[in-house]
Every structure is written in structure tokens, then in C-alpha cells.
Design a protein around this ligand. Structure first.
Ligand SMILES: [Fe+2]
Length: 489
């Protein structure tokens, strides 16, 4: 039976295709439509999925539309019954299969727990909002997943972090990762207690209680601060988030007797805070796409309650490789920088080697050269991709080196002087390790190591500024022409 899991009609729409319990395909809509963070499905995605895998016998939707309508109405956002009519929404794309709906946080929790290798675990879901819930803790035991804590709107750590993102003149629900990058350039102490006191009520007994509703942001907060203080706001915001995050992790440890932790929801993308989890749990799993897009997979797992043997995030559009590994390494050795668009596109926010701009991480000029191509803020760091078995020699990793396959934790580099291009201002890197899995990026790293003695490369996503990651070969050619940079397909 073909089942489509769908997360859409909000932000960053995505589709996952299952044949019974086998995951065949998953992609963000933006990769097909070309509109970054596309909130809606698009015809080219639907055509690709239906022509390769067939139209669905059943659709599982990632949240409860009626409950969302009720919350929006209660929040004073009007009565949006029409826009939350999923049957009507899906019929625009000729999707007419029966629809099942799951709870928003249940989809997140299932996406995390059922893709983990754990037989039991505490599951923490932190996001902006799903229906009414903003923070939930679950107990995973065998095939069972039971909610043991729930916190409701408007008290939302995710909503607060997005509001602070907007306060730093960035796009909320999209540029939180830039706020994280800015944090290393500010002084967290200047505004830490002011933020803590202005936004959080600590006397309620709940894990997170906000003093104000942030659904419309907090641009009015401390307007006397100057533009130059933006980095200090970012630093204090991140420090306050980390304090709140640790409080939640401690509570999860108290509520669920397990050595294992799963973190999900958009906040699970906070790679600066995530290492804190290892202070309280032996093992940590974050599904590679922990935000709402990953709930396209999670909704189906929540509905059918089965374990998915997660082996790769390469689940999207396929580009059959033309160029050989040798050709790419030859080029990198001579020119230091090139793009690679081969194999199936990554499902999730990170390029992991199949839609990547790669560079030699050694030398002082590489960071500026890659920045010239990417045209992004100088304070934003680039990440390394490294042979997994050698990663501990170069980075102080939390947990096992295999926990770092999806760039979800920062680590301190042991030899920052050797690789200035992949070291952030605070001396850390967001490492991606690659196992001996025979993948193209593994073969490329091995060949690069043989050639140069350097086991890592700089890896950043292959996208034109303001656009989603390259999806197909014509996107790759467009990137090549736009930036006059070689892309191997
Ligand atoms: Fe969510």
C-alpha cells in the first residue's frame, strides 16, 4: 500500500512516500518549486512522486486541522476553517485518497523515536507551536510512545527564540540558525538577566512560562538598544535558551527512566545547545529533519507505529553521477573549491555531500573565497565533513563519532590553526562525520585523504543566495553559471 505523509499549508512543506513500512522518498517542496521554505506543495513535486512511486492509497497529515483552527481563533488570528480544510487543499494537487490526521507533537515524537535505534527513550519535543502544544515529553518503550508532559500555548520556548530572531532583524521561523552564528560575537552577560526577567516567569512550576504572548513578536522590546547590540542580544538569547533547554532535559530525565534521549521539533536544530543533553543522557538521537518537514515521515510512523531502520538522509531527487571521484579530487586538489550534485538529494536542512559546495579547509584564504561565492554574512561559520574513524583526532566530540553524521552538535577543534576555514569565532565546528558506508561522499573523502593526508573537507550547501538547495542537474548548471564555479554532476 502506498502511503503519503504530508506536512504543508504552514511553512516548509514536505512529502514522504512509503510502500507499506518502507520509506521510498522524502523531499521538501522548496527543492522542486524553487521557492525557499515553500509553505505549499507544488505540482512538480507531486508529479515526481506520483510518476516514480504512484498516487497514494492513503494520506497521513502531520497535525489536526480542526484543533489548529480553534487555536488560531482563540489567539485572535481569525477563523481560518477554509484555509485549514485539508481535503480541499489536497484536491488542488489531485490527491483524493482518504486522509488520516495526527497530532502535531505526536508526529514529531514518532519521527524521532521510531527512527532511533533505542528500545526505550525519553523523547523531548520543543517547537514554536503545534495545535495547542509547545513542549512535550514522551516515554518510548518498545513500540509504545506515551506522552508524560505537555505544555501549552502561549508559553513557547520556540516562539520566544523566533521572536528574538526577529528582534535581531532576522526572519523568524527561518533564520534562527543565523542568530546562533551571531551569538559567538556578542557578550552574553550584558543582557542575560534582563532577558530572563523580561520574558520568563519562574514562579509557576511549569517548565517554561512566558510573561507575554510572543505570537506577534517582540520588536517593541528594549527599543533603546542600538544596532550594535544585536550581537549581544543574540549571545544572551542563546545563553538563556541553553539554560531553559537544560531545565527541560533534566525534567525528561526525572520523568523517564532511560539512558537514551531523543530530541525533536524545530528547536532540535540548535546545535550549540544540543551537546548539553549528554550531561544527562548516555545516548542522544536527533532525527536529521527534526522540524515540521520531518513530520511528513513522522505522521506515518505515528499512525502505523513501526520502527524505521534509518540509514540515510539521501531520500530526494536522484541525479545519476557522471563525474568520477578521481575527477572531483583532481579538481579540488588544483582549484580548492567545487560543487557536487550527485545521487539523491538530502532530506533536511543540511547538505551532507550530495548537494554540497566542497573546499580544501586548509589555508587562510579559503573562507573568504567560499564566502565570495556564497555571499553570506562573514560571521557565519562553515562546517567540516570528516572520515568518521578519524574525527576524534581532530575534534572533541560529545558522544560517539557516529552521533555526528547529521551536523547536530558543535565540537571544539583540536587543531584550529590547521583549518581556519571551518572554525567559528568561539573555536568550535559543526562537524559531519561519514561512516564506511560506501557513499559517494565517503569515497570522495577517502580519495582526498589518500591524495593529501587531510581527512576533511569544508562542506556547505549548494544553493544560490536566497534560493533552496540545488535539486536537479539544471539547478546545478544554474549555480555553475551564476557563480562561475565548477559543479560536478
Ligand atoms: Fe512543529
Amino acid at each position: 500500500m502506498i502511503t503519503w505523509g504530508i506536512s504543508a499549508n504552514s511553512h516548509d512543506a514536505a512529502l514522504a512516500v512509503f510502500d507499506d513500512n518502507k520509506l521510498l522518498f522524502a523531499s521538501h517542496s522548496e527543492r522542486f518549486s524553487g521557492n525557499k521554505n515553500d509553505a505549499d506543495l507544488c505540482d512538480s513535486l507531486i508529479n515526481y512522486a506520483s510518476s516514480h512511486y504512484g498516487y497514494p492509497d492513503e494520506v497521513v497529515w502531520y497535525e489536526k486541522p480542526w484543533a489548529k483552527t480553534l487555536r488560531q481563533w482563540r489567539a485572535g488570528q481569525g477563523f481560518n476553517h477554509r484555509s485549514n480544510n485539508i481535503k480541499r487543499y489536497l484536491s488542488q494537487y489531485d490527491i483524493k485518497a482518504p486522509i488520516k490526521t495526527m497530532w502535531h507533537h505526536e508526529s514529531h515524537a514518532a519521527a524521532g523515536y521510531y527512527t532511533s535505534k533505542f528500545q526505550d527513550a525519553a523523547v523531548v519535543v520543543i517547537d514554536a507551536i503545534g495545535e495547542f502544544e509547545t513542549l512535550t515529553i514522551w516515554q518510548g518503550d518498545g513500540e509504545k510512545l506515551r506522552k508524560v508532559y505537555s505544555q501549552g500555548y502561549p508559553h513557547s520556548l520556540g516562539l520566544w527564540y523566533s521572536a528574538m530572531t526577529q528582534r535581531c532583524h532576522l526572519k523568524p521561523n527561518e533564520e534562527e540558525y543565523i542568530l546562533m552564528g551571531m551569538a559567538a560575537y556578542g557578550d552574553p552577560n550584558k543582557l542575560y538577566f534582563r532577558i530572563m526577567d523580561d520574558f520568563f516567569d519562574h514562579k509557576t512550576g511549569q517548565l517554561v512560562t512566558l510573561k507575554r504572548n510572543l505570537h506577534r513578536g517582540c520588536l517593541d522590546w528594549a527599543p533603546d538598544l542600538t544596532v550594535n547590540d544585536t550581537f549581544d542580544i543574540a549571545a544572551a538569547t542563546q545563553a538563556v535558551y541553553e539554560w531553559q533547554f537544560e531545565k527541560i532535559i533534566r525534567e525528561a530525565k526525572k520523568l523517564v527512566k532511560s539512558k537514551n534521549l531523543v530530541i525533536m521539533g524545530g528547536c532540535a536544530l540548535n546545535c550549540l545547545a544540543n551537546p548539553i543533553a549528554y550531561k544527562h543522557f548516555d545516548n542522544v538521537w536527533i532525527m536529521p529533519n527534526p522540524g515540521d518537514a520531518g513530520s511528513s515521515i513522522g505522521s506515518v510512523l505515528a499512525h502505523n507505529k513501526f520502527r524505521l531502520d534509518w540509514t540515510t538522509a539521501n531520500l530526494g531527487y536522484n541525479i545519476e553521477p557522471n563525474a568520477s571521484i578521481e575527477e572531483i579530487v583532481d579538481y579540488l586538489d588544483t582549484n580548492q573549491i567545487c560543487g557536487v550534485a550527485q545521487g539523491r538529494a538530502e532530506f533536511g536542512p543540511r547538505a551532507l555531500g550530495n548537494r554540497s559546495l566542497l573546499a580544501d579547509p586548509r589555508g587562510d584564504t579559503i573562507k573568504d573565497r567560499v564566502n565570495d561565492i556564497k555571499k553570506r554574512q562573514q560571521f557565519r561559520p562553515f562546517a567540516p565533513v570528516i572520515l568518521e574513524e578519524l574525527a576524534h583526532n581532530y575534534f572533541d566530540l560529545c558522544g560517539d563519532s557516529s552521533d555526528h553524521r547529521y551536523m547536530q552538535f558543535i565540537s571544539r577543534c583540536r587543531h584550529p590553526e590547521l583549518f581556519p576555514a571551518i572554525i567559528h569565532r568561539d573555536g568550535t565546528s559543526r562537524v559531519q562525520t561519514v561512516a564506511k558506508d560506501g557513499s559517494r561522499i565517503r569515497q570522495l573523502l577517502e580519495a582526498w585523504y589518500d591524495r593529501t593526508g587531510c581527512p576533511l573537507l569544508l562542506n556547505t550547501s549548494l544553493n544560490i543566495k536566497g534560493q533552496p538547495m540545488v535539486n536537479d542537474a539544471s539547478d546545478a548548471r544554474a549555480f555553475e553559471q551564476h557563480y562561475n564555479t565548477k559543479v560536478f554532476t
